[in-house]
Design a binder for this molecule. Sequence first.
Ligand code: NAD
Length: 262
Amino acid sequence: PKSHQGRVAFVTGAASGIGKAIASRLAAEGACVVVADLDLEKAQAVAAELGNTDVAIGVAANVADPAAVQAAIDATLLAFGGIDLVVNNAGLSLSKPLLETTEADWDLQHDVMAKGSFLVSKAAAKALIEQSMGGDIVYISSKNSVFAGPSNIAYSATKADQAHQVRLLAVELGEHGIRVNGVNPDGVVRGSGIFASGWGANRAATYGVPEDKLGEFYAQRTILRREVVPENVADAVYVLTGPELSRTTGLHVPVDSGVAAA
Ligand code: NAD
């Protein structure tokens, strides 16, 4: 059997970029997948690419809204009879220097990532604990949760918050056999909507490189000299939630071609 056969995965922000690659990888490994995102139509379109509604469904869920999160978890339980694996991936990056960062910027970054992942983990953990069959929660945090980059105080601070949620929940949920791990990507340009949504132009301006050369720029400053693509992050989620790492919890895996190690 495939490694994730019979498991139900709930992936936030899965209508685009890294989340879409994760949903697709977990479906390929046999999981039933719930594609949760802001936009129902986009979420349903991605789910339809993965298979029929027996294996994948799309749900609308603003992760910053507790009622919407609960409704999405309820829809998951209704569609697939349970939940086994949760990926907190939804996010966005405003990337501004301190003096340009408004209170609204700060609140939006923290609402979607720190609060959003807290709400999703809480609603999912309740279901996981009730099922008593263990489970997995994975946070897509960032290299920026540990290392300071230029002009992104609100983003990096909320990524650091997510990274600490990983450690705290690994401790708290461990007795229920629930593993909580994180992935720290960096430099995912190709296939990621963050760049399409303005982050690309922002980073290009910050580093003084043309936007279409950002992928190469990021690759060249890594120790492997290899560009990181959404599928590389999906590979890490697959390994962290698979049977081989059954005794690993509270870990953060860098997927950055070595930037954080250098
Ligand atoms: P993306 O823009 O392609 O995808 C993000 C998805 O999240 C979108 O589909 C968007 O609609 C969704 N989303 C945004 N706000 C939401 C909300 N309130 N509720 C539900 N869904 C919401 O970006 P990506 O690059 O694939 O990023 C995915 C995650 O990876 C983010 O958490 C990001 O911070 C993290 N990350 C990305 C990189 C990178 O280099 N691209 C590096 C480190 C970490």
